[in-house]
Design a protein around this ligand. Structure first.
Ligand code: ZN
Length: 390
């Protein structure tokens, strides 16, 4: 990456011009003068002039970050400016070996940083969100089964690759933080955000702080055992919530119950669409709702949330999900009121928005995210999406 070397009696406006012309993001001071104390020191007026010059440079005054949302099949990257506006986006495939995936994500970051320079932006940091057990303090992925990562220092590896600060966090916790800041939970300090997609995971915010836990495993709502001795889960336990209620769980249980009868295997949305006229779909859905309600009732008794926000693909069922779920959760709580149940406001953008918030925080610029407006941060120019690494 271009850097400006400053030495001798350089003028501030010359440094500024060099920074603007090269797109440099670093200025190295090489000028030293002999001090009266018998050693070399960098001249203070030179430091002052250089800092001024960089601050006044048009490129340096337009910072941006890169936000990356890693999934089991692809990682989506976005270049995001200080208004939360997506300037460009790109994606790469994940899967294959764990090392390959790290290399591809580093490539995604590098490409978006190069693109930023073309549009006169200066990337100041990156935020990366991933599934798995994520230690956000060190940016280490303790374990992510779908990505083949164990004790991987992801933040350090990516930071070394791009020469910028990189923050790494859990995808659902980051999405929950975005819903808490701008979405359905805005203004609340005690919130459960449950992401119901292929699997189920939750982010628990208690008194405004998101719980991470001793092994970074807080919020594994999908693996709460809700049916003692029930059906086997991929995790090795029996009767886990996500066996009964998740995108994969609903589709699998419907297919198992209709084997050889219907001769087709709809996805979760297809199962939900059949609920009105197909008794098997209605039973699978109802048993799933019982399982989800049992998990949310347990969570309510443990952490006392003001609102439970449901996100992820299955939550797009909206009132068809919320109505019967409210009844069940209320019925399960005899002596206290149930928390509010809402669907997520930021949809599939929540992970990217959470990653961009992290990136600005990593760059020491989190104040810019406080004035973001929802219509702006939800805009993702699909026309700018490019597949750079297949
Ligand atoms: Zn499980």
């Amino acid at each position: 990456m271009p850097a400006v070397l400053v030495g001798g009696s350089v003028r501030a406006h010359n440094v500024s011009a060099l920074v603007a012309r090269t797109g440099a993001r670093e200025v190295h001071l090489r000028a030293q003068v002999a001090s009266g104390r018998g050693h070399l020191e960098t001249d203070e007026s030179l430091v002052r002039e250089t800092v001024l010059a960089v601050a006044e440079s048009p490129r340096a005054s337009r910072p941006a970050v890169v936000a990356v949302d890693i999934g089991g099949t692809s990682a989506k990257g976005a270049l995001v400016d200080t208004d939360g506006h997506v300037l460009r986006s790109a994606r790469v495939a994940t899967g294959g070996s764990g090392a390959e995936t790290v290399t591809r994500i580093a490539g995604l970051l590098t490409d978006l940083i190069a693109g930023a320079r073309e549009s006169g932006r200066s990337v100041v940091g990156a935020g990366v969100v991933s599934p798995g057990l994520i230690d956000s303090a060190t940016g280490t992925v303790r374990y992510a089964s779908t990505l083949g990562w164990t004790d991987l220092p992801l933040a350090q590896l990516l930071s070394e690759a791009i020469g910028l600060p990189v923050a790494v966090a859990h995808d659902v916790r980051a999405a929950g933080a975005a819903e808490l800041a701008y979405g359905a939970a805005a203004g609340s300090r005690n919130v459960v955000f449950a992401a119901i997609g292929t699997g189920v995971a939750a982010a628990i915010s208690s008194d405004g702080r998101t719980l991470e836990g001793a092994i970074a495993g807080a919020g594994e709502l999908g693996h709460i055992p809700v049916v003692p001795g029930g059906e086997l889960c991929a995790c090795g336990q029996r009767g886990c919530l996500e066996v009964y209620f998740s995108g994969a769980g609903l589709a699998r249980r419907y297919a198992a119950a209709t084997d050889g009868v219907r001769g087709e295997s709809p996805d979760a949305a297809g199962v939900i669409a059949r609920v009105g006229g197909d008794p098997i779909a209605a039973r699978v859905w109802s048993e799933g709702l019982d399982a989800l309600a049992a998990g949310l009732t347990t969570l309510t008794l443990l952490v006392d949330p003001e609102v439970i926000v449901l996100g992820g693909g299955v939550a797009q069922a909206g009132e068809a999900l919320l109505g019967p779920l409210r009844e069940r959760v209320s019925a399960g709580l005899t002596w206290r009121e149930a928390p509010r149940l809402e669907t997520a406001a930021l949809g599939t953008h929540a992970g990217r928005i959470g990653a961009a918030m992290l990136a600005f925080a990593a760059a020491g610029r989190s104040e810019v995210t406080r004035s973001w407006s929802v219509p702006v941060i939800l805009t993702d120019p699909a026309s700018a999406v490019t597949d750079t690494h297949g």
